[in-house]
Design a protein around this ligand. Structure first.
Ligand code: SF4
Length: 408
């Protein structure tokens, strides 16, 4: 399919909307009422610091809702207002936080069900409205919805579209897109659907493997087994790695994306020499500002004297997981939770350690004076962060009274 031409045609169609319906202010007002927090506002104004009793909270200087998420949620609210009677569907979670998705369900916005690993679009009818989430949708899904002539409201973040434009450029010049991302993540699925030949690398270790193959060759079968599900149909590492362009899932660890880009550039330079580097390597800066700012703020926060970190965000949120990696790699105790309810009575927390399933940690808050660093992913509302901070205070007060009881 000529994906570029398809997108152009879709964007000209009168059943496709990507700019809202002129009720943005009202929608933003609703969002502010539902998701903003006066406590978080107070902490922001107090230089991102709050002390209560023996607890000091240090908030990252960039955290929470990014503008791409705000825009997507506002557009979804607007869509509900604009189409009060129509059935409204979302092709996937609008963003990766359960509270926001639950709120949309309360507004009778339905999610396309996944049956046996496949989305069931058979429920969508011509008079329905379908919202595409902030991280986009694959070109095949868009095409299917276009064929159904339903109304499409596209909330894809412009930063994600920028990556799609990059892979279109790779495709046009017959470069293989090396996509730094997770092959199952919806955004990467969408990005790869716009690419020609592509290979998805998860991390620096995988990138090193590919670069070593480019320089020294290797076992093709082993290569294809290692990257199973992460390359385009018919991909051949012996012939498809002569010209590469770099692209990324916008929420990956920024430093890793940069390292991967530099590694491929160096590899192509070594193999082909400086005179023809541009014929073998192509890169555009597509790291999203919001991801960058949140990760930079986290890097600053872990330089402070903190006893532990709490990272708040959906467990399937890629940008939150990458925020969690920063303190973990620095040896700082860090708890990833999605909601204040994960903080239980008796100083217990149910959290998700990096790369593992949920587990319970007892006595997670130390006795006495503590400094807790707090941040949240780009799809987490401030009101959720407030609930977590209040739970921390609550737990410490209980701990405090227990200490008193013990010593009396
Ligand atoms: S994290 Fe970046 S790319 Fe993702 S929705 Fe937010 S602004 Fe857009």
């Amino acid at each position: 399919m000529d994906t570029k031409a398809f997108k152009r045609t879709l964007q000209q169609s009168d059943h496709y909307h990507r700019k809202g319906f002129g009720q943005t202010e009202e929608a933003m007002g609703m969002m502010n009422t539902e998701y903003q927090s006066s406590l978080i506002q107070e902490i922001r104004q107090n230089n991102y610091r709050l002390q209560r009793g023996n607890v000091t909270i240090l908030l990252a200087e960039a955290f929470g809702f990014c503008w791409g998420v705000e825009r997507a949620v506002a557009m979804a609210y607007e869509t509900r207002k604009h189409f009060p009677q129509e059935r409204i569907w979302i092709t996937n979670e609008l963003i990766h936080h359960p509270s926001v998705n639950q709120r949309l369900q309360e507004m009778d916005v339905k999610f396309i069900e996944v049956i046996n690993g496949k989305k069931d679009f058979s429920v969508v009818e011509e008079k329905d409205v379908v919202i595409l989430p902030a991280f986009g949708a694959s070109v095949q899904e868009m095409s299917l919805l276009n064929d159904k002539s339903c109304t499409i409201v596209d909330t894809t973040c412009p930063w994600v579209s920028k990556v799609w434009n990059s892979v279109e450029k790779h495709k046009k010049r017959n470069y293989t897109s090396i996509i730094h991302g997770k092959y199952r993540h919806e955004e990467t699925v969408a990005t790869s659907s716009f690419a020609g030949t592509y290979l998805i690398v998860l991390n620096l270790e995988q990138a090193n493997y590919v670069c070593n193959y480019i320089i020294n060759g290797g076992n093709k079968e082993e290569f294809l087994a290692k990257f199973k599900n992460a390359y385009s149909e018919g991909f051949n590492p012996d012939t498809d790695l002569e010209k590469v362009g770099i692209a990324n899932q916008t929420t990956m660890l920024k430093s890793e994306t940069e390292q991967i880009g530099k590694l491929f550039e160096k590899t192509m330079l070594n193999k082909y020499g400086p005179a023809t580097l541009n014929e073998h390597f192509m890169s555009f800066n597509t790291i999203c500002d919001a991801t960058q700012e949140r990760q930079d703020a986290m890097l600053e926060l872990v330089n402070e004297k903190i006893d532990l970190m709490v990272v708040i965000g959906g467990f399937n949120s890629s940008n939150t997981t990458h925020l969690q990696e920063i303190p973990v790699y620095q040896g700082i105790t860090s708890y990833h939770i999605d909601h204040g309810n994960r903080i239980k009575a008796n100083n217990c927390i149910e959290h998700k350690p990096l790369g593992k399933e949920l587990e319970i940690k007892e006595n997670w808050l130390p006795d006495g004076q503590i400094v807790v660093g707090v941040t949240s992913g780009a799809s987490t509302p401030d009101i959720i962060v407030e609930a977590v901070i209040e739970k921390i205070f609550e737990t410490k007060n209980l701990g405090f009274s227990q200490e008193l009881i013990k010593s009396s």
